[in-house]
Design a protein. Structure first.
Lengths: 113, 117
């Protein structure tokens, strides 16, 4: 158990819908990262937050957004969902935003029908 | 160009034998870190081992060791005494820059390891 929690574990929804994925980092960790794992794209970095502020952006679609709250939990919002958004979404956390190892949560498997 | 390359899509190893999973990387940043993660069929990503670009010695963590050859830009994972529970996908990843604004990981395509009894 990495100490990173993600809810829900599974999510099935329809095209055009909006969903919110939630992540709680390890106790004391300030940085949260979101990654997407799909069959065709592999594991890709989406976005990073550090102590409430956006720190880096990767291949994140405009339909996707995220935020980190004062209690350091983070939410990833996916809207106008398409079939191609079906993937495993991971949250990871690290103590700071430098040399520390990122520990991953169990992931949320999103299926868009 | 691919930043992280794992050339072995799948591998078999006999239980109790050692196995090496290959990883080559490409970066012009002198400061970087290399990671290996394990993903069992259940889906979670488990951190195994880390090697920093300035580390003088190869990293070891229990049965895992990292064969770091900086000049060749390779960071191969060695698993000694394979166990059935080692059957999983293994990902090599790199973080470039220690103090950049972003410290995202770039992942390779993974190697599926299957341990035979």
């Amino acid at each position: 158990d990495s100490g990173v929690t993600q809810t829900p574990k599974h999510l099935i929804t329809a095209t055009g819908q909006r969903v919110t994925l939630r992540c709680s980092p390890r106790s004391g960790d300030l940085s949260v990262y979101w990654y997407q794992q799909s069959l065709d794209q592999g594991l890709q970095f989406l976005i990073q937050y550090y102590n409430g502020e956006e720190r880096a952006k990767g291949n994140i679609l405009e339909r996707f957004s995220a935020q980190q709250f004062p209690d350091l939990h983070s939410e990833l919002n996916l809207s106008s969902l398409e079939l191609g958004d079906s993937a495993l979404y991971f949250c990871a956390s690290s103590a700071r935003s430098g040399v520390d190892t990122q520990y991953f949560g169990p992931g949320t498997r999103l299926t868009v029908l | 160009a691919q930043k992280i390359t794992q050339t072995q899509p799948g591998m078999f190893v006999q239980e109790k034998e050692a196995v090496t999973l290959d990883c080559t990387y490409d970066t012009s940043d002198p400061s970087y870190g290399l990671f290996w993660y394990k993903q069992p069929s259940s889906g979670e990503m488990i951190f195994l081992i880390y090697q920093g670009s300035y580390d003088q010695q190869n990293a070891t963590e229990g049965r895992y060791s990292l064969n770091f050859q900086k000049a060749r830009k390779s960071a191969n994972l060695v698993i000694s005494a394979s166990q059935l529970g080692d059957s999983a996908m293994y990902f090599c990843a790199m973080r470039e820059g220690f103090f950049n604004a972003g410290n995202m990981l770039t992942f390779g395509g993974g190697t599926r390891l299957m341990v035979k009894p």
